[in-house]
Design a protein. Structure first.
Length: 275
């Protein structure tokens, strides 16, 4: 049963992570479709958690709050329940988003805690899969930021030819300046939460796998800095303080820093040897 629950928790982690991406998009863009998808994903996690809690009550004969691990799990269930209530009744966005971030962090801690891994016969497999999820979300975030970089280059090209009045029919199939700007922002909206999720999973992997590690590791510091830079870009453009060509240059510079963090940070890191 422990192994089945471990696999079920992995599914919860993935669904919860994807829901955070949609909640992030909804919070910034007021996207009702993204909001509905996020809500149903979180609801699916809540249903699975409720079933697990019910099974634990039946198996143990008591409410599962008597250990630290059980207490964390119940705490996550309460947070998700609160987020669903707020979503349906009060309809507030920011508290729901942050409640689910906290819930995701603690669900990750519970799922990949050393005590949980020791109880499961697939503990080593779970650690490997935790690393797999960490790397996968990191790569997906890099892909999203690469797309924003491509849109920023297109913006620069379009702006140059329009300014120089050198527009020809061969450029007719390219997107407009407005479309490329929306593409930059859209790709960034996906990349930021993915990189944040990758950081959370990576820190948990380091905690359960390494005898010694530090959050001051160059790769970790660099990744946190990249999240901050892209969030700053997003904030400035939403406030109208960074527009047009300057906004496109911001994406170009940020992507170059991302590449530096990927290659240089991996070489300077104490435990990131994937290069």
């Amino acid at each position: 049963m422990a192994d089945s629950l471990a696999r079920l928790h992995e599914v919860m982690i993935v669904l919860y992570a994807v829901s955070l991406i949609f909640y992030f998009i909804d919070y910034l863009n007021k996207d009702q479709t993204a909001r509905r998808i996020a809500f149903w994903l979180v609801s699916a996690v809540w249903i699975m958690q409720t079933i697990v809690l019910g099974l634990l009550v039946i198996v143990t004969g008591s409410f599962p709050v008597l250990s630290l691990s059980q207490g964390i799990y119940f705490y996550v269930w309460v947070l998700i329940s609160l987020s669903i209530i707020l979503h349906c009744i009060v309809r507030v966005d920011l508290p729901v988003f942050f409640l689910n971030i906290i819930g995701f962090i603690f669900l990750t801690i519970h799922t990949f805690a050393p005590a949980q891994l020791e109880q499961s016969s697939i503990g080593e497999s779970l650690v490997s899969e935790l690393l797999f999820f960490h790397i996968t979300f990191a790569i997906l975030s890099y892909a999203a930021f690469s797309l924003s970089f491509v849109f920023s280059l297109l913006y620069q090209i379009l702006y140059y030819f329009l300014k120089k009045k050198k527009w020809t029919k061969q450029w007719g199939r390219l997107p407009s300046l407005s479309q490329t700007e929306k593409g930059m922002t859209g790709a960034m909206l996906v990349g930021i939460p993915m990189l944040g999720i990758s950081l959370i999973l990576g820190l948990q992997w380091a905690y359960v796998s390494l005898d010694e590690y530090t959050v001051l590791d160059p790769k970790i510091v660099g990744s946190i800095l990249m999240v901050f830079i892209y969030c700053l870009l997003l904030t400035l453009v939403r406030k109208g303080k960074l527009v047009g060509v300057n906004y496109a240059w911001g994406h170009i510079y940020a992507f170059l820093l991302l590449l530096a963090n990927f290659f240089l940070g991996s070489r300077l890191s104490y435990f990131h040897f994937w290069y």
